[in-house]
Design a protein around this ligand. Structure first.
Ligand SMILES: Cc1ncc(C[n+]2csc(CCOP(=O)(O)OP(=O)(O)O)c2C)c(N)n1
Ligand SMILES: [Mg+2]
Length: 580
């Protein structure tokens, strides 16, 4: 076999680690690697218009497949543009390998054109961040980077000067065995014993679930049944745990609804399952709390713990469930289920508006129609802003749909680039980008990527000509809104001019048909829905102390809007509850 250069070996190893495509923008220092990609049949170069898109797309791909994805940026500005998307991938624990190509090795530290220090820049958004300054570091350095990204779940950055990338690789590429999946982590016997004893002693157990419950739906349900526990969730746990869940008491947090807050605060033992829920103001400080997490560094960083259990949720529950005593008293569970249904009922009553007639179109109406007509296995990507609220309230999870957002990093403009990454994993799956007008225009250049690759992503634009979420924040803080209006074009015309399908919807009665037509279209499509900027989920009456009060609780009150199909679910769960 002919000797490889460093770039060829780099690409070869990525392919063996399961990477199917490399998202990025070409540039001199990166050219040797891009050339190696061009010559390798196992990997595709995906040309985006902004490197931030590359990183978001790779992060989404990794979140959909659970396997390594990759992106690249050329030296200096090219890799600086990656950063925000990499922060998001890292905080979403998505295994992503980023190649930050670097200025010529002989010029480092001398203020050369486009000089930066990638080893400093990417420090905070990676588990591993090293430079290849000598071909001898290959292939071990890249393998180590890959193991970090997969093993620890997050980003690894490899920076590499262009001149090193074209040098011969010293060792020929051996078939090195790489870790490509994570192990199951079972807690120690002592922890299981202690946890069993605590559960057996407790009278009212509540489970609160995060994204660590992915793949553990059956185990959580079985455990909840055994100990008669209400099950609440954080936003990132919703897609994994809310469906087919007779113990569901809703979501806690700023966008929360239902009785999750009550269930987590009125129990005598709260078990946090795979959640790094950040808002500790919503967690109780006077009940016993146990946290189960596969990442020991997450244990106890949100609340005081009475027991810290290092293990993955599924494995922990598998050990635990047969060992805890069956509880027969459903009083607490039934009371919480009732509270949950009542809470949703109350909200629906307070917010019943003629949304199907309201002009400008109410965004909640858009979200509810979307939920009705989208495929059972659709992927929704959701922009940070009010779209988060609509997605949390109106998208009905079913175990097959996916909902991806920037839920931990909270960046705008995530939805379109994440939709690109999601769609590349499967061109036949419906991918819907729920975009805000602010978010969409921030990385609008990459709408052209949909056209360039004929990706059938459907962009549903919640066009309220406003940075709505921030307007709401200002309202809650008692500030006049300022700097929040967007002067927007007709986005549908822009989409059509770009070569995509584009339609503008201003009347509610056009909405369903327009969405269905766009979904039927085989290529990229944009539905520009002109939504009401004043249609935030504001309760009919806001009292002065709500506005001037603690911002968190005030926003929560303001955000207590519609609840979509959740009410039906809550009602059906109540069927099992005996009437008093
Ligand atoms: C990169 C970035 N800049 C600023 C913010 C602060 N921010 C959060 S939501 C938001 C407004 C989003 O506006 P839009 O996309 O139109 O969505 P809307 O809330 O109007 O539905 C802003 C400015 C952020 N989260 N990320
Ligand atoms: Mg907006």
């Amino acid at each position: 076999m002919a000797k490889q250069n460093v770039s060829e070996q780099f690409v070869d190893i990525l392919v063996r680690a399961g990477v199917k495509r490399l998202y990025g923008v070409v540039g001199d220092s990166l050219n040797p690697v891009v050339d190696a990609v061009r010559r390798h049949s196992g990997v595709e170069w995906i040309q985006v218009r902004h490197e931030e898109t590359a990183a978001f797309a790779a992060g989404a791909e990794a979140q959909i497949t659970g396997t390594l994805a990759a992106c690249a940026g050329s030296c200096g500005p090219g890799n600086l543009h990656l950063i925000n998307g990499l922060y998001d991938a890292h905080r979403s624990m998505a295994p992503v390998l980023a190649l930050a190509s670097h200025i010529p090795s002989g010029e480092i530290g001398l203020g050369y054109f486009q000089a930066t220090h990638p080893e400093l820049l990417f420090q905070e958004c990676s588990h591993y961040n090293e430079m290849i300054s000598n071909p001898q570091q290959m292939p071990r350095l890249l393998q180590t980077a890959i193991q970090h990204a997969i093993g620890r779940g997050g980003v690894s950055v490899v920076s590499m000067p262009g001149d090193i990338a074209s040098q011969p690789a010293p060792e020929k590429s051996i078939e090195h065995a790489l870790v490509t999946s994570r192990p199951t982590v079972r807690p120690g016997d002592e922890e299981i014993d202690k946890l069993c004893a605590m559960i057996d002693k407790a009278k009212r157990v509540t489970l609160f679930c995060g994204s660590g419950t992915a793949g553990a739906h059956a185990e959580v349900m079985e455990f909840a049944e055994r100990v008669k526990a209400p099950v609440g969730h954080a936003l990132r746990g919703k897609e994994w745990i809310q469906y087919d869940n007779p113990y569901d008491v809703g979501m806690s947090g700023l966008l929360g609804y239902g009785a999750a807050y009550e269930a987590t605060n009125e129990c005598d033992l709260l078990i946090l399952l795979g959640t790094d829920f950040p808002y500790n103001a919503f967690l109780p400080d006077d009940v016993k709390i146990v946290q189960v997490d596969v990442r020991p560094e997450h244990l106890g960083r949100r609340s005081k713990l009475d027991l810290a259990v290092w293990g993955d949720v599924r494995e922990t529950l598998r050990c635990l469930t047969p060992r805890v005593k069956v509880k027969t008293d459903r009083k607490f569970l039934d009371r919480m289920l009732k509270k949950h249904a009542d809470a949703l009922e109350g909200v629906v009553k307070a917010y019943t508006r003629k949304v199907d007639k309201h002009v400008p179109i109410h965004p909640e109406y858009v979200a509810s129609v979307l939920d009705e007509i989208a495929d059972e296995d659709a992927v929704f990507t959701v922009d940070t802003g009010m779209c988060n609220v609509w997605a949390a309230r109106y998208l009905t999870p079913n175990g097959r749909r996916r909902v991806i957002g920037s839920f931990s990093h909270g960046s705008m403009a995530n939805a379109l680039p994440q939709a690109i990454g999601a769609q590349f994993t499967d061109r036949n799956r419906q991918v819907v980008s729920m975009s805000g007008d602010g978010g969409f225009t921030m990385l609008m250049g990459d709408f052209l990527t949909l056209v360039q690759y004929d990706l059938p992503v459907k962009v549903v634009l919640f066009n309220n000509s406003s940075l709505g979420m921030v307007e709401l924040e200002m309202l809650v803080a008692g500030l006049p809104s300022f700097g929040t209006t967007n002067k927007n074009p007709d986005f549908a015309s822009i989409a059509r001019a770009a070569g995509a399908y584009g339609v503008r919807v201003e009347k509610p009665k056009q909405l369903e048909g327009a969405l269905k037509d766009a979904f039927k279209h085989r290529g990229p499509a944009l539905v520009d829905v002109v939504t009401d900027p004043n249609a935030l989920s504001i309760p009919p009456k806001i009292s002065a102390d709500m506005v001037t009060g603690f911002a968190l609780s005030a926003s929560k009150i303001v955000l207590d809007g519609g609840v979509g199909r959740m009410l039906q679910m809550a009602r059906s769960n109540l069927r099992n509850v005996p009437r008093p």
